[in-house]
Write a protein that binds this ligand. Structure first.
Ligand SMILES: *[C@@H]1O[C@H](CO)[C@@H](O)[C@H](O)[C@H]1NC(C)=O
Length: 181
């Protein structure tokens, strides 16, 4: 075969490899720019701009999609929310009973009524990256990504205070919805 012919075959091979890698994940080129736009919108909604956008990217990635995912961030986020609720409750009323405080924490941590509700309000089910087999609207997925946002902010800022403020902004209806709870 002529050198030109083998070059042609090589180029063809490269093209085939590129195309097959593109089709394996619903055209990542298109997806990634849509995803970036969704992350911009989300930052506007929560009124917080990340210094390290990769953290928000990770917060919006479910474990079914990638090894690099939001699982650990969502644990931190849950703690941030609980700390923030405890802090504000005690600042308001230093005599609050342990039972009342625990109830307030439980209320805000409840998956169906609180964090999935807040997450759906933000439209996270449309942003979070999941595998094709995973339903991104389930409370577990929405809650995990909602909580991970606050974990991600805490890491971005190196403290949990700002993450707590963003939580109140979102939970209190700052993103445009009426005070529902
Ligand atoms: C995805 O989950 C939501 C919430 O649990 C549910 O309402 C919806 O029917 C599910 N969709 C599919 C395709 O299973």
């Amino acid at each position: 075969m002529s050198p030109r012919g083998s070059l042609f075959i090589m180029l063809l091979l490269v093209l085939v490899i590129c195309l097959s890698s593109l089709s394996s994940k619903q055209s990542p080129l298109l997806d990634s720019s849509a995803f970036s736009m969704a992350l911009d919108t989300l930052q506007n909604q929560i009124n917080y701009k990340f210094s390290k956008i990769d953290l928000l990217r990770r917060a919006m990635t479910h474990s079914s999609y990638s090894q690099e995912n939001n699982k650990a961030l969502s644990i931190l986020g849950e703690r941030v929310i609980e700390t923030s609720v405890s802090l504000s409750s005690l600042v308001k009323d230093i005599d609050i009973t342990a039972k009342d405080l625990n109830n307030k924490i439980l209320e805000v941590s409840r998956v169906e009524t609180s964090c999935a509700f807040d997450g759906l309000q933000l439209g996270l089910q449309k942003v979070v990256r999941v595998s094709r087999k995973t339903n991104s609207s389930t409370p577990a997925v929405v809650c995990g990504s909602f909580r991970a946002i606050f974990g991600a902010i805490a890491i971005d800022k190196g403290n949990s205070d700002d993450a707590g403020s963003v939580f109140w902004y979102v939970h209190g209806g700052g993103s445009g919805r009426a005070m529902a709870m």
